[in-house]
Design a protein around this ligand. Structure first.
Ligand code: FMN
Length: 471
């Protein structure tokens, strides 16, 4: 019978059979997905699908305390869920040479210090942004989510600078830059809408913030510098209202909303480790221009009574955490309340040495710490001396800025000890810097540049060997 069919009818039958077989295969795939509880694949025009597959979306972040990084990661997961290929990079990792193949490039960047980029992005800003327009970016489609805080004069400065550079380089924005003020809800909604425009259909449910606020209570305070010519410095103790303290690691921060305030949280470096069973802060009293005590420091250092409640949350601070073991020497530099962030690292080092069962290495930790007067400003003096005796601290250099005849800051001690500093760096030391951004951190940066040279300093920074918590 088949032999009697004309060749045209035979071809037609074969084609219909093929179409039916393809339809059956598609139906089976659809059923399999439905039975597995997966959403059925949305029909996509073949050309669009090929474009999406062939051209990934790039997401590049610059983050000091992890919020921009968390938002970038969240956006990447959301796009990947929709089948979009995503490439994620930190802004200081190589990306400029490859990015021309991107469909869109999204930047999530924060601003730190006084309108500066996050620490790991400083070299990028110095080399790339400062060099002017970049030909590799011409014709690129990009979007910027800038994180910042309007209470700083240079609101979202790094995000703005980056946006301008991208425009000058001939890239075009696929949505207007979003400037988020302390992750305000409206900006996050606009970010969500921008991602929808790129194909994200499911809402970004969980805000990528660290643990939410919980109730704590004030336990006690102790003045660390009675008689000082400077403002009082207090060590404070807080405990969760219920249960044990949550986990945190050396270098982390808290956000604290003082009772009766404007609802704006203030950040402080945590001065100890959770194994203590409570949380400690080292806080300097600040006075506003009208002579009134600062809201948060006033409450902590003057007003709070034992058992008063306060709402706080613990915040990761990747720019000031460490991953290294006891074999890596630490150089810790700070002044005043900056002792808080350094102390948590010294506690961690002391514990790590005790756990190793070995004596402290020859170069364990070197603390260079500055205060005002030797007589009155010796915060945590006996603890530091005990660490020196047990060799957790291999070196302790204290400088005092109000004592005659030698009035010195930490940067002066650093320059004086330039030779030893070079040796420690050559031995692989990791640097930790905590305290005021303007006075202390700038001076230290300049001294390090003098000792190591521009290139040496940039190399250290690029290797992630300079961690800072400066304010
Ligand atoms: C010490 C310090 C300095 C800051 N300086 C600025 C600033 O100059 N301009 C600004 O808009 N935001 C500033 N911020 C706010 C941060 O940009 C904002 O908290 C952001 O959400 C942090 O994102 P990240 O965790 O990704 O670094 C500063 C925050 C801190 C803790």
């Amino acid at each position: 019978m088949m032999d009697n069919l004309s060749p045209e009818i035979w071809r037609l039958q074969a084609a219909v059979g093929l179409i039916l077989a393809y339809a059956l295969m598609c139906w089976r795939m659809y059923r399999k997905a439905a039975l597995a509880g997966l959403p059925a694949p949305r029909p996509q025009p073949a050309a669009a699908l090929a474009a999406v597959r062939g051209k990934p979306v790039w997401i590049i972040h610059a983050s000091q305390t992890g919020q921009a990084e968390a938002l970038a990661r969240q956006a990447a997961r959301a796009l990947e869920k929709e089948g979009v290929e995503v490439i994620q990079r930190r802004i200081d990792q190589p990306w400029l040479d490859e990015v021309s193949a991107a469909r869109h490039v999204l930047f999530v960047v924060s601003t730190y210090g006084e309108g500066n980029p996050p620490d790991h992005a400083i070299s990028f800003a110095r080399t790339q942004l400062a060099a002017g327009p970049c030909a590799a970016l011409r014709g690129l489609s990009y979007g910027v989510l800038a994180l910042g805080d309007r209470s700083y004069p240079q609101f979202c400065a790094f995000g703005r600078q980056l946006d301008q550079w991208l425009q000058q380089s001939g890239a075009s924005a696929c949505f207007p830059r979003i400037d988020a003020d302390r992750l305000d809800a409206l900006s996050l909604k606009r970010w969500q809408q921008a991602l929808q425009g790129l194909g994200v259909h499911t809402p970004l449910l969980t805000p990528p913030l660290d643990a939410g606020y919980t109730e704590w209570r004030f336990i006690r305070r102790r003045c660390l510098n009675s008689g000082s010519p400077g403002a009082p410095l207090f060590k404070l103790e807080l405990q969760p209202q219920a249960g044990l303290p949550p986990h945190w690691q050396a270098g982390d921060l808290i956000d604290l909303t003082p009772p009766g305030g404007d609802g704006r949280p203030r950040s402080y470096s945590i001065a100890n480790l959770p194994e203590d069973g409570h949380l400690e802060l080292i806080v300097r009293s600040v006075r506003r221009a009208d002579g009134q005590p600062g809201l948060a420091s006033g409450w902590l250092n003057e007003t709070a009574w034992a058992n008063d409640r306060v709402s706080l949350r613990i915040r990761r601070n990747p720019g000031f955490n460490l991953e290294c073991g006891v074999d890596t020497p630490l150089i810790l530099i700070g002044a005043g309340s900056g002792l808080a962030g350094l102390r948590s690292h010294l506690q961690a080092r002391a514990r790590a040495i005790a756990d190793s069962g070995q004596p402290a290495p020859e170069r364990s930790a070197w603390l260079i710490f500055g205060e005002r007067s030797e007589r009155h400003d010796r915060p945590c003096h006996s603890e530091l001396e005990a660490w020196r005796r047990s060799r957790v601290l291999s070196r302790l250099d204290l400088t005092f800025s109000r004592d005659d005849p030698i009035r010195a800051y930490v940067q002066h001690a650093l320059l004086e000890e330039a030779q030893a500093f070079r040796q420690w760096i050559a031995a692989g030391a990791q640097l930790l810097i905590c305290g005021s951004a303007q006075g202390m951190a700038q001076g230290v940066e300049q001294a390090m540049r003098e000792i190591l040279g521009d290139e040496g300093l940039e190399q250290l920074r690029a290797a992630g060997r300079i961690r800072r918590d400066v304010y």
